[in-house]
Design a protein around this ligand. Structure first.
Ligand SMILES: Cc1cc2nc3c(=O)[nH]c(=O)nc-3n(C[C@H](O)[C@H](O)[C@H](O)COP(=O)(O)OP(=O)(O)OC[C@H]3O[C@@H](n4cnc5c(N)ncnc54)[C@H](O)[C@@H]3O)c2cc1C
Length: 407
């Protein structure tokens, strides 16, 4: 066995957290490698709606909350990266939209919510003239606002970062090709890998081990003697719709919560696909796909009476939000737990990843000046970006005619 490869940092997990951090570490001269067990972004990032929240949805009760204060600077931070004015340079990534629409079902509390949401936020709702509204909202009786929360295409952001850091991203097989050697719980001395294609061994000796594996963090923590109970999973049952739909990104508010959160993307056949989340996805966790689709159709008709769904097919997918344990409630912000030389990370929201990355960078010591030849890892397989749910082999059902539609 060769001498272990010395590293400043070893990252587990190539979702948005791991890739963003890899970029930051690399730029600051740290020797870092990222290990990915499956496909990049699988679990959350690739399933996400890509909204760079500015805190509005956490302030709908009419006053700014701790969560809304934590996230309010994130839209500006991302905007600079997406414009190529800050690092990482994400200027060539694809956007789903530059803003979200906001409208509420008639009702006193909803209107108060929209007004109250203005307090303390950096991005605020502004009235949207009728001529600028998306078609299904053009004749909506109540006010429609625009909020400058950008919506990004998670696949393209992951692909950009992975491309730039390809030499430093390695595919691993966690079942038979990964072993931790640790002195005390969380004090990792060596990470022992086997090349998934050739079975050649590789030992890594990282000064810092970073768990950025979303729902995979629990197992990684167990593997090096740490408690797996630091993590909670909160499930969602998301709806997808395609066919005859216009582009629309936005939230329909009911009461003081986003009832339907809709984002639009294009599939590989250039069809507009809607991802539909919000309260719907929380309420339908225990429902079947058919029940969830029936509920989604009803809710969509109520939120947009002018929307024509006669040519629309539906499907659903389930996804767990992996977060730091917080009595089954969403933590207010990103969480990092330091134990031994490990750091376990959960951003809580994609939008909060820059803040989490800054916190990690503050904890890093100066680069040790380790040097090794990237060619050493040349034969190692590289991970690819996960497919979004609408490109997978899922059944699309046209509930209207109760017949299966083509994939
Ligand atoms: C349906 C849904 C919609 C969402 N919408 C939004 C939104 O609009 N805006 C927003 O801000 N947030 C949103 N979120 C939250 C956001 O997606 C997550 O907070 C964020 O993507 C988490 O990123 P991550 O990189 O930490 O984890 P993940 O994206 O889960 O990435 C983890 C990575 O680790 C890999 N991995 C797993 N186990 C191991 C292992 N043992 N070793 C190595 N690698 C491993 C996985 O394959 C994956 O690549 C949404 C979440 C969901 C589920």
């Amino acid at each position: 066995m060769e001498q272990p490869l010395q590293l400043d940092a070893l990252i587990f997990g190539g979702g948005i957290t791991g890739l963003w951090l890899l970029d930051a570490l690399h730029r600051s001269g740290h020797r870092a490698i990222l290990l990915e067990a499956g496909n990049l972004g699988e679990g959350q990032t690739i399933w996400s709606q890509g909204i760079i929240h500015g805190g509005l949805k956490y302030a709908l009760k009419g006053r700014p909350s701790r969560a809304s204060r934590m996230i309010r600077d994130m839209p500006m931070r991302w905007r600079r990266c997406l414009a190529g004015e800050s690092t990482p340079d994400l200027s060539s990534s694809t956007m789903r939209g530059e803003y979200c629409c906001l409208w509420s079902l008639p009702g006193f509390r909803s209107r108060i919510g929209l007004l109250g949401a203005r307090f303390g936020l950096r991005v605020r709702p502004r009235p949207m003239p009728q001529s600028e509204r998306p078609t299904p909202l053009r004749n909506w009786g109540g006010p429609v606002s625009r909020i400058d929360e950008q919506v990004l295409e998670p696949h393209s952001v992951l692909a950009m970062l992975a491309d730039q850091h390809r030499p430093r991203c390695l595919q691993i097989d966690t079942r038979s090709g990964l072993e931790f050697l640790h002195d005390a719980p969380g004090d990792v001395t060596t990470v022992r890998l086997l090349n998934p294609e050739t079975s050649a061994p590789l030992d890594l000796a990282p000064r810092r081990v970073i768990f950025a594996a979303g729902g995979g963090n629990a197992q990684l923590r167990r593997d090096c003697g740490l408690s797996e109970h630091a993590m909670q999973l909160r499930p969602l049952h998301m709806v997808m719709a395609r066919g005859g739909l216009p582009r629309l990104n936005g939230h329909c508010i009911r009461g003081t919560a986003p009832w339907l959160t809709i984002t639009s993307t294009l599939d590989c056949a250039d069809r507009i696909v809607w991802q539909i989340g919000g309260q719907l996805a929380e309420d339908c966790v225990d429902m079947s796909g058919e029940e969830t689709i029936a509920r989604a159709r009803r809710d969509l008709k109520q939120a947009m009476p002018d929307l024509d769904l006669s040519a629309t097919d539906f499907s659903t997918y389930r996804a767990d939000r992996a977060e730091a344990s917080n009595a089954a409630r969403r933590p207010d912000g990103p969480v990092s737990i330091a134990e031994g030389n490990t750091l376990t990370l959960w951003p809580t929201k994609l939008a909060l990843v820059p803040m989490l990355s800054d916190r990690v960078m503050e904890r890093m010591t100066e680069p040790a000046g380790f040097d090794f030849d990237d060619e050493l890892l040349q034969d190692w397989p590289r991970p690819t970006v996960a497919l979004p749910p609408w490109e997978r082999d899922v059944a699309w059902t046209d509930v209207h005619s109760a017949s299966p539609a083509s994939t």
